[in-house]
Design a protein around this ligand. Structure first.
Ligand code: IVH
Length: 679
C-alpha cells in the first residue's frame, strides 16, 4: 500500500513511467515492458486517480483518448475532416446486430462493400489541383504528424492524379503497410548491421514512416492501399462506395483488389470468414475485415458518432492461437536484476512470425497458468508485440509432469540467490557482480534511450563481453581498433564507424548519461528534470533525498533509487571510469556572465521544444554570448534552432535556406562558437 502522503509522488512517478514506456513503444517502436506490465502501471494510476479525483490533471496519461501523444520531431497538421475510428464486431452475432440496427435508420434495403482490414497505419493524403501537397499520420484523429517527405517515397503513391475527374482539393485516406517479404528483408538487413529487429510488419511500417531522414523511408519499401476519401472540393457527384473506389482507381490510387460488393449480411459474414481463411496468402498482414454500407445517401442518413461512423464496422479476427510443445522454462536476468521466466518453445509460426520464446512475465503468472515443462501449450500473438503462452492443453499433459518451481538462484555462473523484495511480485538477483545483469546494463547503456551508440546493439555487446573486452559500460571507451578488427563479423569500416560512434557518444547531454547509467525508475523525463536542476552529475549523486524530490518530476521512489544506486561501490567506480574516459557530466551551460562573445552579430529564431533547455534558458544562453533572438524568420536570420514539434518557422527557414540547428548542434555552438568559415 502506498502511504497517503506518498500518493502525489506515486502519481507523478507512474505518469513518468507510463510516458517513458509510451515513448519506447510509440516513439521508438521498441517496447521494454510487456503489454500486461504496461497495463498494470496504467491501472494502478487509474485506481489512485479514481480515489483522488482532485489529483487528476488534463495531461495525465489516463485522460487521453486512444493513441498516446508523444513528443514528435514532425510538425502537427490538422486534418480537413477528422479521421474516425471503427466500431468492432467479433462474431456473426455482432455483425448481424450491427446490420439490423443500421437497417432501421433507412427505408431502402442496405447493400455492403467488404474490404480486408490492413494491419498498418492510417494516413491522410492531401491533393490540391491534382498534386500531392501533404501526407499526414492519423495522430489523434483531429491532428496528425506531417510526414509528407516520407510518404512521397512510397512507390504506390501517385504524386499527381490522372483522369478527367480531379477535384480542386481532395483528402484521401489509406493504409500504409509493409509486405511480409519486405518485412523479412528489412529484418535480415537489420540483423546484418546488428541493429534492432522489428517485432512485426506494423511496427516496421510505423517506424519507417516516422523517420527524420526520408531516404531511410525510401529504402524500406512501404506499400499503400487507399480506401476512403475525406474532405473534397469540386469533385464528381458519387452515389456509392463501389463507384468511389472505381474513381479512386481512375485517379491513380492503389485500391485493394480483394474488395467485394456484398448484397446482404449473409454475404458479409461469408466474406469475413473467407478473409480469415485466406489471411496468410495475401502477402501482407490483415487483422480483420471492414464492412461498409455501399450507398452514400444511406451513409449520410445513418451519420457518425463522435468516434466512428455508424455505416461501417470492423470485423476483428480472433487472435491467432497455435499449439506447440513447451521445451523448457528458463529465467532471464534484466539490467536491474529482475528475474523473468520465459518459455522455450518448439518453434511455431503464429501471427505472422515464428515464435520460439515467450515471456511468462513473473512467478505468479507461471503459477496461475500452471504450465509445465513437456506440456503442449497454446501460444497466442494478437498482433501484439510479445507472444504469450495462454495455458496448457491439459488433455495432452504427460503423466508425471512436475509443477515448475522458480529457481532459487541466479542462472548466471555466480549463481547468487534470487530474492523477493517486500511488496514485489518479482524476484531479483541482487548481486552487483552478476554477469547477466552486467551484459544487460551495457546493452542499455549503449541503447537508444541512453548513449545511443550506433552499431553497439545487443549481439555486439554479447560478443564483446564474451571476448572479455568489456566488463562494464565504461570499458566501451577503452576499445581499440585492433581489438575490434579481430572480432568475427567486423570489417574495417564497421570498426572505424563503431569507434567514431563511441567517441561521439562522450558528448551526449547529461540527461542521456543519467538514463544510460540505468538507475531503476530514472527514465528520460526524470533525467531531463535532474539535468536542468543541477549543474552536473556529481551534484546529483551528492544530493540529499530532499534536494532530489524538490525537483518537479522526481518522486521519493526515484530519489531513493538514485541514492541507493550510488552507495554501491561498483557504481561509484563506474562513474569514475566514465569520468576518466571523458564522458560529459556537465549540465548544459546556460548563463555564464563572462561567456566569450562568440555569437555577436548572429540572430536566432527558436521553434519547438528543447530537451535540455527551457526556452528562456536557451534565449539567455544566446544573449549571454552576444547573440540576438527574434521571433520571425527572415533572410537575415543566422540560425533557426529546431526542437520537438517545430512550428511553421521551420518551413520558412527551409524556404529561405537559413541554417538549421538541432539541439546537439546548438550545444556545440554555445561551447565552441560558430565554425570558422575559412576552415
Ligand atoms: S475505413 C471512417 N477501411 O482500421 C472509416 N479502415 O480500426 C475509417 N483500416 O484507422 C477507416 N483497413 O487505420 C478503413 N479497408 C479499410 C481499412 C481500415 C485498415 C484501419 C484504419 C483505421 C482502423 C480502424
Amino acid at each position: 500500500m502506498v502511504a497517503p502522503k506518498g500518493i502525489v509522488e506515486r502519481i507523478a512517478e507512474l505518469r513518468d513511467l507510463i510516458r517513458y514506456h509510451d515513448e519506447r513503444y510509440y516513439g521508438h517502436d521498441e517496447p521494454e515492458v510487456s503489454d500486461a506490465e504496461y497495463d498494470d502501471l496504467l491501472n494502478e494510476l487509474r485506481g489512485i486517480e479514481a480515489e483522488n479525483p482532485e489529483l487528476v490533471t488534463e495531461d495525465s496519461p489516463t485522460q487521453r483518448p486512444g493513441a498516446a501523444r508523444v513528443p514528435t520531431p514532425f510538425s502537427e497538421v490538422r486534418h480537413l475532416q477528422p479521421m474516425l475510428s471503427l466500431d468492432n464486431a467479433f462474431s456473426r452475432d455482432d455483425l448481424f446486430a450491427w446490420g439490423e440496427r443500421i437497417a432501421k435508420l433507412v427505408t431502402e434495403p442496405v447493400t455492403y462493400v467488404g474490404e480486408p482490414k490492413l494491419d498498418g497505419l492510417a494516413v491522410s493524403l492531401l491533393y490540391e489541383r491534382g498534386r500531392l501537397v501533404r501526407g499526414a499520420t492519423r495522430g489523434n484523429g483531429e491532428t496528425g504528424e506531417d510526414v509528407t517527405a516520407n510518404v512521397k517515397t512510397i512507390a504506390d503513391l501517385p504524386p499527381r492524379l490522372s483522369g478527367s475527374r480531379i477535384p480542386d482539393t481532395l483528402e484521401v485516406r489509406g493504409e500504409v503497410f509493409m509486405s511480409l517479404a519486405s518485412f523479412a528483408e528489412l529484418n535480415r538487413r537489420q540483423a546484418e548491421h546488428d541493429d534492432r529487429l522489428f517485432a512485426n510488419p506494423r511496427n516496421a511500417a510505423a517506424g519507417s514512416l516516422r523517420q527524420i531522414d526520408s531516404s531511410i523511408t525510401a529504402s524500406r519499401n512501404l506499400s499503400l492501399y487507399c480506401y476512403q476519401p475525406g474532405a473534397m472540393e469540386r469533385g464528381p457527384k458519387l452515389t456509392s462506395h463501389h463507384d468511389t473506389l472505381e474513381w479512386l482507381r481512375e485517379l491513380g490510387f492503389p485500391v485493394n483488389p480483394h474488395i467485394e460488393d456484398l448484397p446482404d449480411l449473409d454475404a458479409v459474414h461469408d466474406f469475413c470468414e473467407r478473409m480469415e481463411t485466406d489471411r496468410h496468402s495475401l502477402g501482407y498482414e490483415i487483422d480483420g475485415a471492414v464492412v461498409k454500407v455501399d450507398s452514400l445517401p444511406q451513409r449520410a442518413e445513418m451519420g457518425t458518432t463522435s468516434r466512428a461512423p455508424r455505416w461501417a464496422v470492423a470485423f476483428k479476427f480472433p487472435p491467432e492461437e497455435k499449439t506447440t510443445v513447451l521445451k523448457n522454462i528458463m529465467v532471464s536476468i534484466g539490467r536491474t536484476g529482475r528475474a523473468t521466466p520465459f518459455a522455450v518453445l518448439e518453434p511455431v509460426f503464429v501471427g505472422g512470425s515464428t515464435v520460439q520464446m515467450a515471456t511468462l512475465h513473473n512467478p505468479d503468472e507461471v503459477a496461475r497458468k500452471d504450465v509445465r515443462v513437456g506440456d503442449t501449450v497454446i501460444v497466442r500473438k494478437a498482433g501484439d508485440v510479445i507472444p504469450e503462452v495462454v495455458g496448457p492443453v491439459l488433455a495432452k499433459r504427460k503423466k508425471g509432469a512436475r509443477k515448475w518451481k522458480f529457481p532459487t538462484t541466479c542462472p548466471c555462473e555466480l549463481g547468487q540467490p534470487l530474492v523477493q523484495l517486500e511488496g514485489e511480485v518479482d524476484r531479483r538477483c541482487v548481486s552487483s557482480d552478476c554477469p547477466m545483469q552486467r551484459e544487460q546494463k551495457i546493452i542499455y547503456f549503449a541503447g537508444r534511450g541512453g548513449m545511443d551508440i550506433e552499431g553497439l546493439g545487443e549481439e555486439r555487446v554479447r560478443q564483446l563481453v564474451a571476448a572479455g573486452l568489456v566488463q562494464d559500460a565504461a570499458d566501451v571507451y577503452t576499445l581499440t581498433h585492433d581489438q575490434l578488427i579481430a572480432l568475427e563479423r567486423m570489417g574495417e569500416i564497421s570498426a572505424r564507424n563503431l569507434l567514431d560512434a563511441i567517441e561521439t557518444s562522450k558528448a551526449q547531454p547529461l540527461s542521456r548519461v543519467i538514463v544510460a547509467l540505468g538507475v531503476r525508475h530514472a527514465g528520460p523525463t526524470a533525467a531531463a528534470a535532474l539535468s536542468r536542476a543541477f549543474p552536473d552529475l556529481d551534484a546529483i549523486l551528492a544530493a540529499s533525498a530532499e534536494a532530489l524530490t524538490a525537483v518537479e518530476g522526481v518522486g521519493p521512489v526515484i530519489a531513493e533509487s538514485l541514492r541507493a544506486w550510488f552507495t554501491i561501490p561498483t557504481n561509484q567506480a563506474l562513474v569514475e571510469k566514465l569520468r576518466a574516459a571523458g564522458v560529459n557530466f556537465i549540465a548544459p551551460v546556460v548563463d555564464t556572465p563572462d561567456a566569450p562573445q562568440t555569437l555577436t552579430g548572429r540572430t536566432f529564431v527558436l521553434t519547438g521544444g528543447l530537451e535540455e533547455y527551457t526556452r528562456e534558458q536557451a534565449e539567455s544562453a544566446i544573449t549571454a554570448r552576444g547573440g540576438k533572438v527574434t521571433s520571425s524568420v527572415s533572410k537575415k536570420t543566422s540560425f533557426v534552432l529546431v526542437g520537438e514539434n517545430p512550428g511553421s518557422k521551420l518551413a520558412k527557414a527551409e524556404q529561405l535556406g537559413v541554417a538549421l540547428l538541432d539541439e546537439a548542434a546548438f550545444v556545440q555552438l554555445l561551447e565552441h562558437g560558430p565554425p570558422d568559415p575559412e576552415e
